[in-house]
Ligand binder design. Structure first.
Ligand code: SF4
Length: 194
């Protein structure tokens, strides 16, 4: 899936580490490789292994690239500005909070302020839109939802719970989660869907 036959390399693409340029440089052709994710950088090491022929995985060199963390954040900032993906999906609409004054009365305001500090932004509405539902780790494919349904079993009506709660699976933290939630590991570019 992430292999370069030209250089006999298997590449682990970490988000915002110049992975697209690396892929181009070593000639990874996405079209000719089986690739189950819309966003290549959410593939974990285990996914790369599972989607690479054993003979290739064993014989090719394997590598990843990391960059200076400050440069990485600049890259993330530019990426978000370009794609404006923070605004593609959010459970909350701006109209849910008609004003900053109304927001101040939200029971969770301290939590959101803390996140605002962490992301160092004055725009609390942008922070409010960073949800599991648009996180690159959030998997809502049919296959994953079928698996969640089986996990719920007969204990509760699985279908409506998944639908109403917009339930998916967090590939980073490895648990079942709802679209409206968030955490400090949030990454833009999601969700993973069919
Ligand atoms: S729990 Fe965090 S990392 Fe996982 S999907 Fe939600 S925001 Fe993303």
């Amino acid at each position: 899936m992430n292999e370069s036959h030209k250089y006999k390399l298997v590449f682990f693409h970490l988000p915002k580490n110049a992975g697209v340029s690396v892929r181009r440089a070593i000639g990874i052709d996405r079209k000719s490789h089986k690739f189950p994710f819309t966003n290549v950088s959410v593939a974990l090491g285990i996914d790369v292994k599972a989607n690479t022929l054993d003979s290739i995985y064993e014989s090719y060199h394997k590598f990843a690239i990391v960059r200076n963390p400050y440069e990485r954040m600049v890259s993330l900032y530019n990426f978000r500005k370009q794609g404006n993906d923070l605004y593609d999906y959010a459970n909350l609409k701006e109209s849910d909070f008609k004003s900053k004054e109304e927001l101040q009365n939200s029971p969770n305001i301290e939590y959101w302020k803390k996140l605002q500090d962490i992301y160092n932004t004055g725009d609390i509405f942008a922070i409010l839109k960073q949800r599991c539902g648009n996180c690159a780790a959030f998997n809502i494919t049919d296959k994953m939802r079928d698996c969640i349904k089986k996990g719920i079993g007969d204990e509760a009506p699985a279908e409506p719970i998944i639908k109403v709660g917009e339930i998916g699976y967090c590939r980073f933290l490895k648990f079942k989660c709802a679209a409206a939630r968030t955490c400090q590991a949030w990454v833009s570019g999601g969700p993973i869907k069919d």
